[in-house]
Structure formats: C-alpha cells, structure tokens
Design a protein around this ligand. Sequence first.
Ligand code: ZN
Length: 244
Amino acid sequence: MSWGYDGPNGPAAWDNFKGAGVTGARQSPINIDSKDGTCGALNINYGTEPVQLENIGWTFKAKCGGGSISGGPLSGTYKLDSFHAHWGTAGSDGSEHHLNGKAFSAEMHIVNYNEKYGDFATAASKPDGLAIVAVFMQEGADNPALASVAAGMGSIASKGASGSGGSVDLTGLLPGNKSCHCYEGSLTTPPLTESVTWIVMDEPISVGKGQLDAFRSMKDGAGNALSKNHRPVVPKGGRQITCC
Ligand SMILES: [Zn+2]
C-alpha cells in the first residue's frame, strides 16, 4: 500500500514511509514568521525552457534544465532540474509552507540540485544536495507562465503518462519582489529526505482557478482525482530561519 494525502496512509502515518537516515529534526513544510533572520542576496538565473511533463502519481513533474541559482544561503551553484506544484481542494488552502500563519491556494516548487554532485539522483540524498525555490500561488488571474503547463494536464491524466508542457518562462513563476526566507529542511513527500535548503519567496504569484482545476484533474495511481496534495506544516523546532 502506498502513501497518500487521505485515509490510513495520510500524512500522520508517513513515518512508515520515511527513508533511511531521516531523523525528523529538519522536516518540511513549516510556518515561517517573516520577522526572522537575514542572509546575503540570492542569484537566480532562470530563462525560458522547453518542459516535459510527467504525472508522477501525486503531482505533475515539469522537467527542464539550463538554469541555476547561487548565493543567499547556498554554497556553490545549484542547477535547475524541474518544477512541480502542491494545491488544495479549494482556493482557501493548498500551500505547504505558511507565512505568518497564513496558507495560500497553492505552492510551486522549483527544484535545483548541487552541481558538485553531478546529477539530481546523487544529490537528492545529501544534506546539501537540493535547493528548492518555493513560490506561494494565490487564486486570481490566470498566470501566463503556466498556460502551456495547465494545457498539458490533459495529456498526463494518468500516473506515469508524459507529454509536452510547451515552453515556460521560469521568471514568470517568480514574484517581482525576490525577498525570501530560507531554512534547512526536507522533501515534503516520502521518503521525506532531509536534503533540502528551502528558499521560500515572501510574495505570492497569481494562478487562475481554471489552472488549479486543470492540476486537480490529474489522477493518482489508484485513479482518483488529485484534488489536494499538500503536507500539513510540521514543527520548526530550534531551526534558524534566514532571509534573502
Ligand atoms: Zn514539492
């Protein structure tokens, strides 16, 4: 039986699905208090990328490449791998992180891996292996940068299906104001590997209700609609939050 977002194998039971070495001390997502911390400026080098979509059973994965991030909380350069999103059943919640106790309609995760490890798979198990830029999305106007991805959902309805996501301007997935909060955390899905430096943007971007509905129309491995796919917030504990 696999993990899910509802029922007996929902988030409360995910300890049964965690990977080797997961201590629970640096789990994600968390609530972020915007008054926390300071750090250096982040450099984001993203452009327009052709993306390949895949239904991975709990979200779409939009595989891309060519971009990178550095600076801020990061040592060295992290190369762009892919992006995916988390959402809820209605526009009132769906983000994984919260900001000052508030949830947003959805959250985009732009996944980057530490280039010193050579490839994503090797980096994914290292404490400094991944850096994920998280962008809150609030239901409102359609986001032009997501148009081709939302349109591609019809071709990846079932788990394992793949198709083109068109050409995506990654800068359109970032807010105008690049101020953000950073901390050491984990993947938010099993195996919950504690390998992620999180870079959470303070300002949300917009996403259309129709775009969210397109995401929700995807099916999981059991053939059920992916109406929600966000892990509840977990304790921050003694971790330090810095901001960029
Ligand atoms: Zn994610």
